[in-house]
Each structure stands twice: as C-alpha cells, then as structure tokens.
Design a protein around this ligand. Sequence first.
Ligand SMILES: [Zn+2]
Length: 476
Amino acid sequence: MPSIVFRGLGVIDENGDVVGDSIKVEDDKIRGVSKSKYSKLVEVDGYILPAFIDAHLHLVGIGASLYGIDLSKVKSIEEMGRRMAKSVRRIVFARGWNQEALEEKRFPTRHDLDKYVPDRPAIAVRVCGHAAVVNTTALRAFRIPMKYRRFVDMENGWLFEDAVYYVVNKIMRRLSVINLVRLAVKALREAGIAGVGSMACSSEQIEALKKLDFDRELPIYVSCYVHKDLAYRTVHYLGYRFSIEGVKLFADGSLGARTAFLREPYSDDPGNRGKKLLSSRDIEAIAREVIFRKKLRIAIHAIGDAALDEVIDVLEKLDPQHMARVEHASIAHDSQIDKLARLLVYVVIQPRFRLSDWWIDKRLGDRARLAYRFKTMADKDVRLAVSSDAPVERFEPWETFRAAIGDCGGRPCEYGESLDPRTVIRLYTIGAAKATGLLTRHMGSLTPGSVAVLSYTPSDPLSHKWKGPLRPLYGF
Ligand SMILES: [Zn+2]
C-alpha cells in the first residue's frame, strides 16, 4: 500500500500539541508520526493540522453571499461598470464596492450603470449589504413595493436597508439552491475547512447535497440539522460525505432584535423580556416523539438566559442527553454552566459574536458580563465546539480564532473569557467533530486510524499572532 509522509515546520494535533514534524498517511488513514518507510515524501511549507470543522453555519446563505461579480477590489466607477458589462447573465448581480476605495469617492448612480449595462437589470450591492445601486432597467423591472419606497432614491437609483433585502431576495429566489451550495462548499474548502454542520437545512438544500454527494462533487463533509418544519419527515441519512444528523429548534430570537428571551427585561427596553419561541414542554414533545426515536440529534438555539432555562429543563428530563447540543448559550449564569457541564450537552459557541455585538452593554447593562463565557465554560468542562455562524459572521478560521483568543478588532475583548490557542484548536477539530456527528467518520483527530483530512498554515497557529491562512492539504 503506497504511503505518504508529510513533513512541515511542525505537526499540531487536535489537542494543540506539537507532536513532531512529520505525519504518515496510508490508505487515506493517519498512520502516526513515524518516519519509517514511505513511498512518497511531501515537504510542506508550514504547520500541519487536522482540518478544521465549523460546527454551525448556513451553506445556502454563504453561497448567496458569494454569488455575483466581486467588486471588492475595483478602484473606479468605470472599472466597476466594465466588469458588470462583461456578465453573461440575464440579471447582472455584483457586490462588494466601497466608495472610499473608488477614485471618484462617491456612490455610483443609476446613470453610471446605464452607460455600461443599458439593456438588462443590474444591481451592485455595497460592501456592507445595507446599500445598493441599480440601473434604470432594474428600477423598472424589480417593482419595489410602496412600503419600501422610503428606502429608495429614484433619481440616483440607490436602495437602502429593506429595499436592498427585497431586491436581493427576489434575485436569489431565481437561483438554484444547488449552485449556491456548490459556491459555498468550494469557498469553505479553500479556507481549510473540511467539515461543517449546516443548520436549519431546507428540503431543497438536502436534495442538492444528496445529489452533489452522489455525483462525488462534494469537496467537504457536511452534516445537516434540518429545519424544525421537517422534523416529522426526517430520518437519519448517511451518504459518502453528506449526512443528516439532527433537527434544529429555536427556543428564542436574537439580542440584536431584542427577541432573545431574558429572565429580566432588556436594559434599553423596560417591560420587554424578548420572545419565548418554544417552551420546555414543546421541545420535550418534539424530542421524545421524533428525534430520539429516529436516532437524530437535537440542536436548540438559545441566546437569552430564560431560553437557556427552558432548554436545561428539558435536557434534565431526557435520556440520552449526549445527543443534544445547545447553539449559542450566549448569556449564561454560573448555575446554568454547571448544569450544562453535568448534562454532557454540547455547547456550540461563536467567538466573533463578541466583536459584532458591540452594543451589548446597552441591551443588558450589568448582565453583559454574563455574555460569551467561553473560558468559564471550558474551565468547567462543558463540551464545547467552535463555529462561525457564517454568513452572519465570516467563516475564515483565523478570524474566529482571533476573536476566541481575545482580539476584538485590534482591542482586547472586554470581560476576559478568552481561550488559549491550544483550546481553540481542540474546539475547532475534535470538539466540533463530536458536536456535528463527524466523529463517527473518524474526523477531527490525528490519532492513528483516523481519516486523513489535513490542512496547513504558513505561520505558527500557537503564537497568539496567527493570521492564517489555513489551506487544504490532504483528504478534502
Ligand atoms: Zn445560525
């Protein structure tokens, strides 16, 4: 059997330990760090790691965010127009421009776009996603409803907020889900991510993934947690690289929208405690009737502390608890963390939320120190996994990594609660493999016998200064 030895600056295992400089792969399995007898030696200019697994993201959403002509590097309105004119599509869709980077230093207008794309609808979304410019044909074709008219500047062809959302959604609905999934999995592979948990999958997404997997077109491993509406129709499914592992439920909403369910009212909205979307009884009914009987896992979104109370309440009654995971657990009291640890439930965290939720003090007042308690949870041996929640956040692992170790956009993150690089590697590999169900495929580890799925990075990921990139090396 031919064997390959990969030799780099160091081999870092799933515990974040440097275990040597070489690793041997035979028959697509890890054969250990031995350097004895091999048929091929591959020199790697960097550090070798088990490939990362992102335990919570949304494939179709990522695909949609990647679709279209990339304008992030254009330097003038003319260049932007020329690029868009080259599109062969019936509707020209572009995204990523920023007027600060354009030599004209202004928003492009519909008259600018009309010069390059006069005959087909064209839209260019600004980098932030909250503003866009359309050409005259698009302004006529998209027929933006009256209720969004206040977000439209007809003279310039500018759309803002809800009007952008309306038009982008209208375009996305014409795209095939399979193409969006293709775009997403390709980009994730390039970022060194070998496995993902895709959350709240629709039936269209499942069909697309089954087809891609059947045609051996899936470059990474995907486990789906289906949308709750599919709970009663779903059974466990195990394909080549695709599997259906569980059902995703929502116990509450989000802090941003003040719909996360809190024990006490919002500090900036007295009288509002958010929304309880499912009670512990509702969750228990679904869990007992559908999920455990069919050997599926259950993943419950809980952001507020009161939502977490409901979830813990159910988990204490259920057996076997180890098939459950809690998504986010953003606000958690000590007693709740103790219970999560005792229940052996997986908690899937999103380190970049601590950057994005910069307004959290306003929403929560003093309770902000109960938010994103990664270190306390890790110290109390809660079973953790790291994830991005892309496209809500960026999926490049080094960015999640930086937020987890305490870099909040160049500033140290508030309230401590940061993890050390070794722990982050563990939660991004073996931790995420357990939480997604990919451990049953022997992923996320360099233990001999594991499936050989390796990535590498040019700089030392244990150094606190790591800024990627992570790249695929073998097996995906
Ligand atoms: Zn999500």
